[in-house]
Design a protein around this ligand. Sequence first.
Ligand SMILES: NC(=O)c1ccc[n+]([C@@H]2O[C@H](COP(=O)([O-])OP(=O)(O)OC[C@H]3O[C@@H](n4cnc5c(N)ncnc54)[C@H](OP(=O)(O)O)[C@@H]3O)[C@@H](O)[C@H]2O)c1
Length: 325
Amino acid sequence: MLRRGFLSRINAAQWSRQMSVVAKSLKYTQHGEPQEVLQLVEDKLPDPKDNQVLVKILAAPINPADINTIQGKYPVKPKFPAVGGNECVAEVICVGDKVKGFEAGQHVIPLASGLGTWTTHAVYKEDQLLIVSKKVGLAEAATSTVNPTTAYRMLKDFVQLCPGDTVIQNGANSAVGQAVHQLCRAWGINSVGIVRDRPEIAELKQMLQCLGATEVLTEAEIRTSDIFKSGKLKKPRLAFNCVGGKSATEVSRHLDNGGVLVTYGGMSREPVTVATGPLIFKDIAFRGFWMTRWSKENYSSPERFENVQGDLRADGAGKVRGPQP
Ligand SMILES: NC(=O)c1ccc[n+]([C@@H]2O[C@H](COP(=O)([O-])OP(=O)(O)OC[C@H]3O[C@@H](n4cnc5c(N)ncnc54)[C@H](OP(=O)(O)O)[C@@H]3O)[C@@H](O)[C@H]2O)c1
C-alpha cells in the first residue's frame, strides 16, 4: 500500500511503472432511454500526459439534465461514445509532467461541463478541474457546480434583493429549490416554496423549513393563501419556475409590480402560460436562465469561482447542504 506522503508527490511516469487503471464507465453510443442505451464498459486508461490529470471518481450525482442529455432532449449533444454524467467530486491519482496546480490526493470538481462523470476513473485536462477543500462533504462537492450555483446566480442576477424581500418558487423541494431556501436564509430573504401535495407533506414542509424556507405551501394552498395580502410577507419581487404549465402561471400571479419570473426548468413538460392581468397591470417580466450558458460565458470570471468556492460555501450561516431526499 502506498503511503500518503509518497502519493502526494507521484507523477504519471512513476505511476505507470507501478500500475495502470481500468475505468468502468456508463457509456452510450446513441440517444434513448438511459436503461436501454447505457452500458457498463471497461477501458484501460492511458497514463496522463502533459497537462492531463488522472482522477478516481468518489461521487457523481444524477441530474434531470443528465437524463435529458442521454435521451437527446437537451441542447448539449455529446460525441459518441459518450460517458453519462456532468458533475462529480474526484481524487487526483497522478498528473502529467506539465501539470503545475494539482497533486495526488487532492479533491477536485469539474470546471468544464459535459466531461462524462459516471465512471470510476477518468483522465481530464488540468484546466477542466477545480480543487475543493476536503472539508467539503462528498455529497456537497459532487453537486456544487450545477444546482447551488444556479440558485446563487438566479438570486443575484435578475432583481436586486434586500433583507426582508420575498422570493417565491415552485418545485421548492428540488435540489435547486433547497439551495434557494438556504441562500435566502443566509441573506435574510423570505423564501416561499410551493410543492406538490403528497401523503408525507408535513415531513416535507418541516424538512424545507429546517433548510430555511419561510413558508411551504402546496399548489392548492397557495391559491387561497393570504400570506401576501395580509402583509405577513412582502409580495415577491422574484419568482423561480422549474415546473411550467399552470404551476408557473400561479406563481407569477403573486409577483409584486415589476416582478420577474425566471424559468430554469420544465419538469411538467408543459409550456409556461402567462396570465394576462398581471402581465398588463403589474408589468411583470418573464426571463430564462441556463447555468451551462452562463458558465461558458464566464468560464474564468471571478464570479464563477465565487459561485463554487466562495460565498456559496462560506456564506452567512454556513455551507449549503447537499440535496435532501
Ligand atoms: N437552467 C439551469 O441552468 C438548470 C440548472 C439546474 C437544474 N435545472 C433544471 O431544474 C429542474 C430541477 O432540477 P433539480 O436537479 O433541482 O431536480 P430534482 O432535485 O430532481 O427535483 C425535481 C423537482 O421537480 C418536481 N417535479 C418532477 N416532475 C414534476 C411534474 N411532472 N410536475 C411538477 N413538478 C415535478 C419534483 O417534485 P416532486 O417531489 O413533487 O416530484 C421536484 O421538486 C430540472 O428541470 C433541471 O433540468 C436547470
